[in-house]
Write a new protein. Structure first.
Length: 1077
C-alpha cells in the first residue's frame, strides 16, 4: 500500500461510471498508484482500465436512493424497450420501407433463408418473381439480426449493376458502392465505411485487381451474392472465380431462374459451389444415372402459376403469344430480294455472315437496310486501304468450320457488321453499280407505308392503344429501326421514347420510371437497351424483329410478365414468311405456341431448352435458310415433338419444385401486425427522448414530418446541428415529395431498423442508465395501486457454426405485495415522470423485491433461451435428415465406380460429414448469460376510480361476458389482462385465422363516456383493423355487449394521433353502435 492508495476500491458487482459509461465491476486489483479494474459494459463485453488515485476519486458510484431523475430514467426505460422489441420483430426492416412483400417472398426469406445460421443457398424461382427483392430482404433483415455483421459483395452481369444499386436504395435504403477497376488498383483495402459493394461478374472474373480485392487472401465477406448464377458453369472461368470468393464468405446466395435447363452436369457444379459436403462433384464426370435432388436447406424453386398476391389471387396473369404473318408488298419483296442477291453476288467466303447481317436488317426495315448498304457504298467508293478482311468475331466460331449465330451480345453483332461492311471488294466497279441499283429499289419500297407498320397499328387498335390511351413495348434488334419507329409513332400521335444499349445507366433508370408512371405511351427498345429492365405497366409487346436467339426471345417476353402486372400479357411476333428466315421463324414459333397451349403457358420460359431437348438447332436452321433461299426445305420439329420435349423439361422443373406455402405466410403476416413498432411508437419514443434532452419538437413542412430544435448540438444521428427534420417512417417523406414538397432530401427517417434510430436508442439507454441504477419515482396513470418496477440486463449467446454471437435481452419485472412477475414492455406507455422527492423521502430497493425479482427475471430469460434453442434444434434436426439423405443418394451413385475410387470418395465424404456434424452441434448450442439488475423504479398509482371511465368491479363481469361470446363464435381466446399490453384478450379464429386484440370496457349501468388509457389508445392506432373495442353495459344486473367496434382509432377521426389518454364521449359510442347495426 502507498499513500496514494484509496481507502476503498470499487467492489465486484457494483456499478460505477468510468469514462462517462456506467459499467459493472468484475474485479479490482490494487496497484502502486491506484487500481486495475476489470469491468463489463452494458452490452456484455469486458474491458479493463488502470486508474490512479485521482481517477478513483472521480469514479461515480450511484447511490441506491430512488432519487434518480424521473424523465431521464423513463427515457432509459424506453431505450431498453426498443432494444428488446426491434430484434424480435420478425420483419422490422420492412416496417418503414415502401415495400409490401408477397407471401412467396416472405416464405423464402423468413422460412428458408434467415432460419439458417450459415446460408449456402440457391434461390431459383421462375423469372419475374422478385429475387432481387428477396435478396434485399435477406440482406437487411439478416444485418439487423446480426446474421450478417460484416460486408456484403453482390456480383452481377454488368448491365444489372445500376439496377441492383437503385433497387437496394429505393426499397431498403441500402447504399451500395460500385467496385471499379480504378478503386481496385488502389493498394489500400476497400473503404471500411461501405457495407455493400456491387461488381460486374466480368470485371470480377477477368480483371486481376478486382479479383484480388474481392477474393484475395486478405478479404472476407459476411455475404456474397451471385445474380444470373447459371453463368457459373464448369466450362467457364466464372465458376473458378466464384469458387475463390466462396471460400472467403460466410453466407453464399446464388440467384437464377434457370438452374437446370436439362443440363445435369452444370446443375451439379452449381450446387457444389454451395456445399462440397452435400454436393460432391467431379468435373470429369458428365453422365449420371440419376438426377440430383437438392436439399431444401440449400435450394428453393417456385413456379409462377402457383403464386398468389396478398388477396389470394394469382400473382401472374395469363400470357399469350401469337405469330403474326406479314405479307410483303411487291416493292417490299423486291427490295429484300435485291439486298440478298447483292450479298450472294459480291461476298465470297464471308457470304454466310454477310447474309445474316444484311438479311436481318432487310427484314427489319427499309431504313436499317439502307443504312448498312450506304455504309458499304462509302467503303467501296473510298480508298482501297479502307477495305480490309477483318476476322470474324470469335463468338461466331462454332464447331468445325461452321459459324454459329445464337450470339446474344449486341456489341459482337456490331463488330461482325463492321467486318462485313469493311470487306475487300471482288470487283469495285460492278459492286458500285449494283449498290446503286439496290438503293434505288429500296427507295421505291420506302415510298409507301410498310406492311409491318400497318399491321402493328391494327394490333394496337385491337387492345385499345390509341394516342393518349394505353401503353406498348416494341423490341427491335437495330438502333436504326428503333429511331425510325419512334418517329413513326410520334407522327401518329403517340408519346414515344427509345431505349438503346448506348443509353447510360442513370438515363435508363429515369426512362424506366417515366414509362412505369405512364408519362409516355410507346417504348421502342433494342435488346441491349431492354436487358434487366422491368416494364410491367404495359401488357402488350410487339417483337418487330424476331431474334435468332431463343434465350433472347425468352428475356424479351419476361419484361412485361413480372410482379405488378395487372393484365393478361399479349406478345406478338411479326414475321414475314417471304424472307429467307421468315418461314423457319413462323413455323417454329407457331409450333412452340401450340405446345405452350397444352402446358398452360409454362413453355414461354423454356423456349431455348425445349428446342435443344428436341434436338433442333434454331440458329443453324436460320443460317441454312439464309444460305439456300426462302423456298428451301429445312426440317423443323413438329408441335408434338416440341410438346414432348417441353413435358420432359417441365418434369425436371417439377422435380426441383417446392410448393409455395402461402397459407403459412399469410398467418405470419397476421402475426406481424401484432408485433410491429409503427410510427406512433417511434414518435412517442422521440417525444420521451426530447423531454429528457430538452429538445423542442414542432410540425415540419408536411404531415408526418417533424422539426427537432435544440439549444445544444443534436447527436450525430440527427446531423449534429441545432435543428433537423425527422420522420417516423419513409412513407411520410414519399407522400410529401409526391405532393410537390421540396427540400426534404435531408429528412432523417427513424424507422425501427434505420441506423439513426439505433443510435438514438443507444443514446436513450445511456441517458437513463445511471438514474435507473440509482432508482427513480414514476407514476402509472392507469394503475389503482403502486408497485416496484425492476429492469434486468441479460444476453442470449448462440453459435452460427463459425463463431459465437450475443443478443441483448432486457427483462421487465413488476413487484408488489402479491409477488413478482414479468410484464410487457408496452406497459411503459402508461408511465409518467413524478415530481422530484425531497431528500428525507428517499428510499432503497427492498431486499425482498431484489430477491423475488431476480428469480422471475431468471425464469423469463430461461423461457426465452428455451424458445430460441427449440428453433435451432428443429433446424439442426432437419439438417441432419438432409445430410443423411444426401449421403444415401451419393453412396448409391458410387456403386458403379471401381472399388478403389469408390473407397476414396466414400472416405472423403465421411470426413466432410464429420466436420458438418461438429458444426451442427455448435449451432444447436444456445445459452443465457447471467442476469444483471440494471435499475428500478418506485411506481405510484396515478388513477382514481372516478377517473377510469368504467367500473373496476364491472370489469371482470364484462370480460367474462365477452370471453363467452367469442368462444361461442369459435375463437380461441388468451387472457392478456395482466401483461400490460394495451388490450385484455387475444382471440384467434381457428378456421379462418382471423385475429382480434380485444379491449373490454364494462359499465355498471347504462351507456356513458369511457376512457382508453395511453397504451390502449396507442395499440388501437398501431394495430388498426386487428384491434377491437367491446363495451358491456348493465354489468350489475344483466350484462350485455352493446358495442363491438373494429378499428376504433380509424373510426374516431377526432382522436389524437399520439400516445395519450383519450376520452370517448357517449355520443361517439352511440354513433359507432349505429354504424355496427
Amino acid at each position: 500500500m502507498t499513500e496514494h492508495e484509496p481507502a476503498a476500491l470499487p467492489q465486484p458487482n457494483t456499478q460505477v461510471t468510468i469514462d462517462g459509461q456506467l459499467v459493472t465491476v468484475v474485479a479490482t486489483t490494487a496497484s502502486l498508484t491506484g487500481a486495475d479494474v476489470v469491468y463489463r459494459r452494458s452490452d456484455g463485453t469486458l474491458d479493463e482500465a488502470s486508474l490512479d488515485a485521482a481517477d478513483l476519486a472521480q469514479v461515480h458510484i450511484p447511490v441506491n436512493d430512488a432519487a434518480g431523475h424521473p424523465e431521464r430514467a423513463l427515457t432509459g426505460l424506453w431505450g431498453r424497450w426498443m432494444q428488446y422489441a426491434v430484434p424480435r420483430i420478425r420483419s422490422a426492416v420492412l416496417a418503414t420501407r415502401p415495400l409490401q412483400p408477397y407471401a412467396h417472398q416472405d416464405e423464402a426469406v423468413f422460412s428458408h433463408m434467415l432460419a439458417q445460421p450459415r446460408l449456402r443457398f440457391l434461390l431459383a424461382d421462375e423469372p419475374g418473381t422478385g429475387k432481387t427483392i428477396m435478396t434485399g430482404m435477406y440482406l437487411t433483415e439478416g444485418t439487423r439480426r446480426g446474421l450478417i455483421p460484416g460486408r456484403t459483395v453482390i456480383i452481377v452481369p454488368a448491365h444489372l449493376v445500376e439496377k441492383w444499386r437503385r433497387d437496394l436504395r429505393r426499397y431498403f435504403a441500402v447504399h451500395a458502392d460500385r467496385l471499379t477497376p480504378e478503386l481496385a488498383r488502389d493498394p489500400k483495402d476497400l473503404d471500411p465505411r461501405v457495407s455493400v459493394w456491387i461488381v460486374s461478374v466480368d470485371l470480377f472474373t477477368y480483371n486481376t485487381d478486382v479479383r484480388r480485392k474481392v477474393a484475395g487472401a486478405r478479404t472476407s465477406w459476411s455475404l456474397t451474392v451471385f445474380d444470373e448464377a447459371h453463368r457459373l458453369t464448369p466450362t467457364s472461368q466464372y465458376l473458378s472465380a466464384a469458387r475463390e470468393v466462396s471460400e472467403r464468405t460466410h453466407h453464399l446466395l446464388l440467384l437464377t431462374a434457370t438452374p437446370h435447363r436439362g443440363k445435369e452436369h452444370f446443375f451439379r457444379g452449381l450446387l457444389n459451389l454451395l456445399d462440397q459436403t452435400l454436393y460432391p462433384f467431379d468435373p470429369r464426370q458428365t453422365d449420371y444415372h440419376a438426377a440430383l435432388r437438392p436439399s431444401k436447406l440449400s435450394f428453393l424453386r417456385r413456379m409462377k402459376e402457383e403464386l398468389k398476391d396478398l388477396d389470394g389471387r394469382p400473382l401472374f396473369p395469363a400470357r399469350y403469344a401469337e405469330t403474326v404473318q406479314i405479307g410483303l408488298t411487291g416493292p417490299e419483296e423486291a427490295a429484300y430480294t435485291a439486298v440478298m442477291d447483292y450479298v450472294d453476288a459480291f461476298y465470297g467466303d464471308k457470304a454466310t455472315l454477310a447474309r445474316s447481317i444484311y438479311g436481318k436488317r432487310a427484314a427489319s426495315s427499309i431504313v436499317a437496310a439502307t443504312s448498312t448498304i450506304r455504309r458499304r457504298e462509302e467503303v467501296v467508293r473510298g480508298p482501297a486501304g479502307a477495305r480490309t478482311d477483318v476476322p470474324v468475331p470469335e463468338e461466331f466460331i462454332g464447331a468445325g468450320s461452321d459459324l454459329q449465330f445464337e450470339v446474344p451480345d449486341d456489341d459482337v453483332w456490331q463488330r461482325a457488321e463492321d467486318a462485313v461492311v469493311a470487306a475487300r471488294s471482288k470487283d469495285k466497279g460492278k459492286e458500285v453499280a449494283r449498290i446503286a441499283a439496290v438503293l434505288e429499289t429500296l427507295d421505291r419500297a420506302a415510298a409507301t407505308p410498310p406492311t409491318k407498320w400497318l399491321r402493328a397499328l391494327e394490333l394496337m387498335e385491337r387492345h385499345g392503344i390509341r394516342p393518349g390511351s394505353g401503353q406498348l413495348l416494341v423490341f427491335t434488334e437495330f438502333a436504326d429501326t428503333a429511331r425510325w419507329l419512334a418517329g413513326e409513332f410520334g407522327d401518329a400521335g403517340f408519346t414515344t421514347d427509345t431505349l438503346e444499349g448506348a443509353v447510360g445507366h442513370a438515363a435508363r433508370d429515369q426512362l424506366q420510371q417515366r414509362f412505369l408512371a405512364g408519362r409516355f405511351q410507346v417504348l421502342v427498345s433494342t435488346d441491349a437497351g431492354g436487358e434487366g429492365i422491368d416494364l410491367q405497366s404495359a401488357h402488350v409487346m410487339l417483337n418487330w424483329d424476331v431474334p435468332w436467339s431463343l434465350v433472347r426471345l425468352e428475356q424479351r417476353m419476361g419484361r412485361l410478365h413480372r410482379i405488378g402486372q395487372k393484365h393478361p400479357v399479349h406478345v406478338y411476333h411479326l414475321v414475314a414468311p417471304a424472307t429467307r428466315e421468315g418461314r423457319i421463324q413462323e413455323v417454329m414459333l407457331q409450333n412452340l405456341e401450340e405446345a405452350g397451349r397444352s402446358l398452360g403457358g409454362r413453355i414461354f420460359d423454356l423456349l431455348d431448352a425445349t428446342a435443344a431437348r428436341a434436338g433442333f438447332d434454331y440458329g443453324r436452321a436460320l443460317v441454312e435458310a439464309q444460305r439456300s433461299g426462302a423456298h428451301t426445305h429445312v426440317p423443323l420439329p413438329g408441335a408434338e415433338r416440341l410438346l414432348d420435349a417441353a413435358r420432359e423439361l417441365v418434369a425436371d422443373e417439377d422435380r426441383l419444385h417446392t410448393p409455395a406455402n402461402t397459407a403459412e405466410a399469410m398467418a405470419r403476416f397476421r402475426a406481424d401486425r401484432l408485433e410491429a413498432i409503427n410510427p406512433v411508437i417511434v414518435d412517442a419514443f422521440v417525444d420521451q427522448l426530447a423531454r429528457a434532452r430538452g429538445w423542442t419538437l414542432g410540425p415540419g413542412p408536411a404531415k408526418g414530418i417533424r422539426d427537432v430544435v435544440a439549444r445544444q448540438p443534436l447527436p450525430p444521428a440527427l446531423g449534429g446541428g441545432l435543428d433537423r427534420l425527422v420522420a417516423a417512417d419513409g412513407a411520410s417523406v414519399r407522400r410529401a415529395v409526391n405532393d410537390g414538397a421540396h427540400g426534404l432530401e435531408d429528412v432523417v427517417v427513424l424507422g425501427p431498423t434505420e441506423e439513426p434510430f439505433g443510435e438514438l436508442v443507444g443514446l436513450a439507454v445511456r441517458e437513463g442508465e445511471t438514474e435507473l441504477v440509482r432508482g427513480t419515482r414514476l407514476t402509472d396513470t392507469a394503475a389503482l395501486t403502486g408497485y416496484l418496477l425492476l429492469i434486468y440486463d441479460a444476453e442470449i449467446e448462440a453459435h452460427d457454426g463459425i463463431r459465437r454471437h450475443r443478443r441483448k435481452t432486457p427483462l421487465l419485472i413488476r413487484y408488489s405485495g402479491a409477488g413478482a412477475f414479468e410484464i410487457a414492455w408496452e406497459s411503459l406507455m402508461t408511465l409518467r415522470s413524478s415530481a422530484p422527492v425531497p431528500a428525507e423521502a428517499t428510499s432503497t430497493l427492498p431486499p425482498a423485491a431484489r430477491a423475488e425479482g431476480a428469480i422471475q427475471a431468471q425464469a423469463a430469460l430461461t423461457r426465452e433461451v428455451d424458445r430460441v434453442r427449440a428453433e435451432r434444434t428443429a433446424w439442426v434436426g432437419k439438417a441432419h435428415e438432409q445430410l443423411d439423405q444426401v449421403e444415401y443418394r451419393y453412396l448409391d451413385e458410387l456403386d458403379e465406380l471401381p472399388a478403389e475410387v469408390r473407397r476414396d470418395r466414400r472416405n472423403a465424404f465421411t470426413d466432410l460429414k464429420a466436420v458438418r456434424i461438429d458444426q451442427l452441434k455448435d449451432i444447436a448450442k444456445v445459452n443465457g448469460s447471467g442476469i444483471r439488475l440494471a435499475g428500478w423504479a418506485q411506481v405510484s398509482a396515478g388513477a382514481r376510480t372516478t377517473d377510469l371511465g368504467y367500473d373496476p368491479d364491472s370489469e371482470a363481469i364484462a370480460i367474462a361476458t365477452v370471453l363467452e361470446e367469442l368462444e361461442r363464435f369459435g375463437f380461441l381466446v388468451d387472457d392478456r389482462q395482466t401483461a400490460g399490453v394495451g388490450y385484455d384478450l387475444f382471440a384467434r379464429q381457428a378456421r379462418t385465422g382471423e385475429q382480434r386484440l380485444v379491449e373490454v370496457k364494462g359499465l355498471q349501468h347504462g351507456l356513458e363516456a369511457i376512457w382508453l388509457e395511453q397504451h390502449e389508445w396507442a395499440q388501437a392506432q398501431q394495430r388498426g383493423e386487428d384491434y377491437w373495442l367491446y363495451l358491456v353495459t348493465n354489468c350489475s344486473t344483466a350484462p350485455e355487449v352493446v358495442l363491438r367496434a373494429q378499428d376504433p382509432a380509424g373510426r374516431l377521426a377526432t382522436g389524437p394521433r399520439r400516445i395519450e389518454r383519450f376520452r370517448i364521449k357517449a355520443a361517439e359510442l352511440r354513433r359507432m353502435m349505429r354504424g355496427e347495426q
